[in-house]
Each structure stands twice: as C-alpha cells, then as structure tokens.
Design a protein around this ligand. Structure first.
Ligand code: 5GP
Ligand code: MG
Length: 190
C-alpha cells in the first residue's frame, strides 16, 4: 500500500544498508574496545543525531563505561552557519578527570565537534577521542582528528539512522541521500 506523503518519496538512493551499518559498527566497536582496554571511560553522545548510532555502538563494547549526552543545535540562515547552542546532560564526575569518547552522527565542517571538544576540555576531561558514524572530509573547514569512524561519505545531504531532514527520517534503519528538489535550507541541525 502506498501512503501519500510517504517518507520514502523524499529518498533518492540508499548509501549504506542496515546490514552494512551493523557490520561497520561491530568493526569500530572492536577498535574502541582494544583502545580503551583497562580504562574506565565516558561516552558523550551528541543529540539528537547520534542517539541511534551511540545506542548500537555502546552495546558492542564490553567495557565499563558511562553514557552522557550533549544536545547541539546550530541554526543556519541560508548558507551562513549560525551560533551553536549546547545543552549538557551529565554529572560532573562523568567528565571531569575522565577519558571521554565523543560520539557524533556526522562530521562535516568540523565546527560542531571542535566546539564540543573545547567545552569538554573546559569541563576538565582528562583525555578526549572522537568517533563519528559518517565523515564528509570534502567539507572540512576546522582541523580535527577523528579517531574512529564507520563510513566516509561523499558530499551529499544524507538522512536516516539518526540523521534528519527538518526533524524527519531519523528512524530510517539505513542511510540515504535526499531526492533532489527536497529543500535542505534553514532548519536547525542537531
Ligand atoms: P559540522 O559542519 O559542524 O561538522 O556538522 C554539523 C552538524 O550538521 C552535524 O552534526 C549534523 O547534525 C549536521 N549535518 C551535516 N551534514 C549533514 C547531512 O548530510 N545530513 C544531515 N541530516 N545532517 C548533516
Ligand atoms: Mg549532529
């Protein structure tokens, strides 16, 4: 049955299937498990985009870890990136003096992760590493080391597996590009 206004109408092509995603997460979780073996650490998941990735990732890491969240919202007016607003949800002892693994859905210009990294330093994190689900290196403006990543992605606007367009599509179990003609301007990005 075809549902009018179905989410799938806005999808162009699937870039990463559910099976591929779960395989890559297993691989990256193995790297993280080896890197943090013997350490207690905190995973900071950047909301909303990385909630699905972080949920799948941490369940594949058999080490003692805490889970904290920061919500990052940046407002874009046309092509100009606006201010970033951060809201933290953590206990001080989850960040201060801790090894922190910062987890986000996608690194694009790099400015969001870089700003959150700076804040983690200010909050007293002992050491910070970064993990992203998707990396768009062609768009990088801010130099930033990415320690762990699942996939490199071409310079197209993608949705699914946590990533949204105007608040929708986060619940798609795969990653897809948007059909051309679907407006990607002006919505706040989280
Ligand atoms: P930045 O440019 O600061 O590295 O990325 C900022 C945020 O923009 C990302 O965390 C993500 O929420 C959003 N973003 C960047 N590229 C895409 C994309 O292709 N699709 C979606 N849905 N969000 C994106
Ligand atoms: Mg984000």
């Amino acid at each position: 049955m075809r549902i009018e206004g179905s989410l799938h109408d806005e999808i162009d092509r699937v870039l990463f299937s559910e099976d591929e995603i779960l395989r890559e997460i297993q691989r990256v979780a193995g790297e993280i498990t080896r890197a943090y073996s013997g350490l207690e650490f905190t995973v900071v998941s950047v909301l909303k985009g990385s909630c699905i990735f972080a949920a799948d990732l941490v369940r594949k890491i058999p080490l003692p870890l805490s889970l904290s969240f920061v919500s990052a919202e940046s407002y874009h007016a046309g092509t100009v990136a606006g201010a970033l607003s951060l809201r933290w949800l953590h206990a001080d002892e989850e960040i201060c003096g801790r090894h922190v693994l910062l987890v986000d859905d996608i690194v694009d210009s790099g400015s969001t992760l870089s700003a959150i990294r700076d804040e983690l330093v200010r909050l007293g994190a002992f050491e910070i590493r970064t993990c992203v689900f998707l990396d768009k290196p062609a768009r990088r403006k801010v130099a930033l080391t990415i320690d762990f990543r699942c996939f490199e992605v071409e310079d197209v606007f993608v949705v699914g597996y946590g990533l949204d367009h105007a608040g929708r599509h986060r619940n798609l179990p795969f990653v897809a590009s948007l059909r051309s003609g679907t407006s990607v301007a002006a919505a706040p990005r989280e």
